[in-house]
Structure formats: C-alpha cells, structure tokens
Ligand binder design. Structure first.
Ligand SMILES: *Cc1c(COP(=O)(O)O)cnc(C)c1O
Length: 381
C-alpha cells in the first residue's frame, strides 16, 4: 500500500514548465520572477508590499530586526509552534518568553496574554501563530499591541489563503508584518521559501536591505557615489535571497492556491463527519475565520482504547504517517537551558500529549482519506 504522509506538495506540469522556463532564461536569481511573485502575493493578500526570502525562518529573523528587536528587548510567542517562531527572537539577542494557548483552537490565548501583561513588562514584539491555518483573535491582539506598544509579527506560515475579518491573512490590518512559509508541507511551495507582507513603507525598505547584506543603492542613504557601480552597505544584513527558480514555482502554485484551500476545506469537513462517532476531538474552527487548513488536528480522548502514542503507532503500522504539532518549544533542550521547564505552559503541554495531525493535502484522494478513516475506526471503534 502507498504510504500516506501527513502532508505533501502538489505539483503539476504548469509548475514544472514554469521552472524550466527560468532555467532557459538569463536570470536564475535576482531577476524578474522575484518581483512578479512579490507583486502577485501583495495583490492576493491585499497588502501594499511583499518581500520574498529564502525561508519563513529568514523572514521572521529580518521582520524582528526591522521591528527594532535586539539585546535588552523582549519577544513573546506561542509555545505551540515550530521552533522558528521563538528562534527569531534569540537570533536578535532578545529575551524570549511564551504565552500559553487556548485549548479550544491551539492558538495563543488572549486571556493568558492579559494575565501575563498584568504581571510582566510587555514585549516589544509579539509573534502570534495562526496554528493549523486559522488566525488568532487578531483584533484583540491588535488592541493589546496598541495599548502596550507591542509590534505584532504574525507567523502565518500555515495560513496563506485563509482570511480573517473579511480580509485575507497577510493584509496586515492587525499586524505590522505577516510571514508566510513555502516549505513543501505548507499550503503552496517554492521548495524552500518565505515571504513578508506589510503596509509600512519604512519596514519594506528595511526588509529589502536586510535580505541582501544591508546593501542599498538609494542615493538618499549612500555617501557620495564614486560612479555608476556604487552601492553602500549601511547596516549588517544577510543573504536571505530567494531565487527566480523558486519564485516562478511560487507564481505557478498561486494559480492553484484557492483550489488547494477549497480541497483542504472539503477533506476537513469529511473528516468531521466520518470521525464524529470516535473518541477523537477536532480543534474548534471559528465561524468568523476562514482557515487555510494546513493541518487537521484531533485530540485523542481519555476514554479511547489507545492513547496518542498508541494511535500514532497503529496508523504507522498501516502505512499512515500522522504527525505531532507541536512539541512545546519551551520543553526543547535548548530552551530548557535558557531557563524554561516542563509545567511552565500547561495548556500547550496538554495539547501536545493528546494531539495528532491526520493526513491532509490537496492530492489526498477521497479513497485515500477513507483508508485513514477505516484505520481509525478499526483501532478506536
Ligand atoms: C514551517 C514553519 C516555520 C518555518 O518555515 P521555513 O520556511 O521552513 O523556515 C515557522 N513557523 C511555523 C509556524 C511553521 O509552521
């Protein structure tokens, strides 16, 4: 039997032709496809600016720097995320801390944030994570950001194609910057790749410089030019550039983005119905938010015949690869060395103990999904 992964990319002949066309062109990197992809993304999400980079991790790093994060400053994020959501703060030399999640949807809890703000100095940067592709309560977070002077960088690595409050995720109505990932397990892919959207012209200019070594050709920022060849490094940046090969793939994938999300929505509703009689609880999907549904996460109920680890193994024995999202970041050895301990964020730890992400991707056929449902029914029913 074919192995069913928890996620995988969907590529067609148009994607392959788009990449081959770049291979036959003059520009493999720093050519026209990068700007085309950025403009298409900005238009799609409804933001003024987009900056494409080599990964979402790179995007988070330079977004933090553009927001002024550095030594002596603080970043808070969700413990229920990939480590990159916290590492970006550490890269900048900032103090990193976490805000526990809401058990219902796995997103950063506004109540936990309020409790923490009442007893600790507010962070300079807050990184809410749109877990599974569903936005956090961004209006409430933006309200707290305004009151406490926090800059919101939304980690929407799961969420391209989703919407919140009538606008696409990435429109930045409630965040200074939004970050997307195009790793192959995410909604659309560029192989590796990430992107930042913003409506702020100053942040945009800063992100462009930080992506490429801190170099500018803007005469207003440079010392007097020696000649037409001149450029100036005005700050310390990186090589976080993305290639034209990747951006051509991204543009081609964008043509399928809404269909990908629609297929994910369809499969999720099918899981909802088929699993209703089993001791599994799906996460809450709020009526007022449209999730891109990167993940379909269930919690294994305490009365189930198998616990989460047992269920993971039973599925693996049937060639179904589920996944766990996430091992709480603060329990990772690196973060424990920095002072965190088991017990610090109990809701994220309880979520980790019970949760499992079932296969969900646009290329998953109805029959393959039925195989997953049959296996779950066999071992839990
Ligand atoms: C995948 C992911 C990242 C990192 O994305 P890369 O493009 O692989 O660097 C960051 N945050 C979250 C929530 C992710 O899921």
């Amino acid at each position: 039997m074919t192995i069913l992964p928890y996620s995988r990319q969907f590529l067609d002949d148009d994607d392959i032709a788009a990449v081959v066309a770049v291979l036959r062109s003059d520009w493999l990197t720093q050519g026209p496809a990068v700007e085309q992809f950025e403009q298409a993304m900005a238009a799609y999400v409804g933001a003024r600016f987009a900056v494409a980079v080599s990964s979402a991790t790179a995007a988070l790093h330079i977004a933090c720097l553009a927001a002024g994060l550095g030594a002596g400053k603080r970043l808070w994020t969700s413990p229920n995320s990939f480590v990159a959501s916290a590492n970006c703060g550490a890269y900048c030399g900032a103090e990193v801390d976490f805000v526990d999640i809401d058990a219902a949807d796995g997103n950063l809890s506004v109540a936990a944030l309020d409790a923490k703000l009442a007893s600790a100095a507010a962070p300079h940067v807050l990184v809410p994570v749109a877990f599974t592709g569903q936005s956090c309560d961004m209006a409430a977070l933006a309200d707290r950001a305004a009151r406490y002077g926090m800059t919101i960088i939304e980690d929407a690595s799961h969420a391209i194609g989703g919407s919140y409050g009538g606008a696409k995720v990435g429109a930045c109505a409630h965040a200074a910057m939004t970050v997307f990932s195009f790793h192959p397990v995410k909604i659309i892919t560029t192989g590796e790749g990430g992107l930042i959207t913003t409506n702020d012209a100053d942040l945009y200019a800063k992100l462009l410089r930080l992506r490429s070594h801190g170099i500018t050709k803007d005469p207003a920022l440079m010392p007097a030019a020696d000649g037409p060849w001149s450029y100036a490094q005005v700050e310390l940046g990186f090589n976080y550039r993305i290639t034209d090969l990747q951006c051509a793939l991204g543009l081609s994938q964008m043509a399928k983005l809404d269909n990908f999300v629609a297929r994910r929505q369809y499969l999720a509703r099918r899981y909802d119905e088929a699993l209703a009689g089993l001791p599994l609880s799906p996460l809450i999907r709020h009526d007022d938010r449209f999730s891109a549904l990167h993940l379909y996460v269930v919690r294994v109920q305490a009365n189930a015949r198998l616990d989460r680890a047992g269920l993971y193994a039973a599925l693996a024995a049937r060639d179904i690869r589920s996944q766990i999202h996430y091992i709480p970041i603060h329990t990772q050895p690196y973060w424990r060395q920095r002072g965190f301990a088991f017990g610090d964020f109990p809701a994220a730890e309880a979520h980790y103990r019970d949760s499992l992400s079932l296969p969900l991707y646009p290329g998953l056929s109805d029959a393959e999904q039925d195989r997953v449902v049959a296996a779950l029914t066999e071992v839990l029913g």
